[in-house]
Design a protein around this ligand. Structure first.
Ligand SMILES: [Zn+2]
Length: 141
């Protein structure tokens, strides 16, 4: 892995969508900060808005699980009413509606119909970039 250039300023990114949500500054102006990184699991304003109306479904690579699964880059916001339309398990539904964030395997999202068969989505993110930002954060913890 190539060591990234560090600086005394860096961007803070959203854990869920990868969007830039603020600027970090090293107190002693040392070059310690990566250009982009996730520092906490606080959603950005955009994600927060989606979570107020419904659930954020984040596609992950098939077979991935845990706190920080490998994201494939697709993120879909689904209104609360619509979520109950494709999740029949009452307990699971209650869980999802409570958490408002759901990591789902890409294949499952295709089955539900939230992704096209080819896995594409109009606003698909660059998966490499997104996962790089998140993995940097994990090292800092
Ligand atoms: Zn976000």
């Amino acid at each position: 892995m190539i060591e990234e250039d560090k600086s005394h300023v860096g961007m803070e990114n959203c854990f869920f969508c990868g969007k830039e949500k603020g600027i970090m500054l090293d107190k002693r102006l040392q070059n310690t900060l990566p250009r982009n990184a996730v520092y906490n699991k606080e959603p950005c304003d955009t994600c927060k808005n989606v979570m107020e109306l419904g659930v954020l479904f984040i596609a992950v690579r098939d077979g991935e699980s845990g706190d920080n699964p490998y994201r494939t880059g697709q993120i879909v916001g689904v209104k609360e009413e619509a979520v109950s339309g494709f999740i029949n398990d009452k307990k699971l539904l209650a869980d999802i509606l409570k958490k408002r964030i759901c990591f789902v395997e890409e294949t499952v999202l295709k089955h539900i119909g939230l992704l096209k068969k080819d896995g594409s989505l109009k606003y698909k993110k660059d998966a490499e970039e997104l996962n790089k930002k998140v993995s940097i954060a994990n090292k800092l913890k």
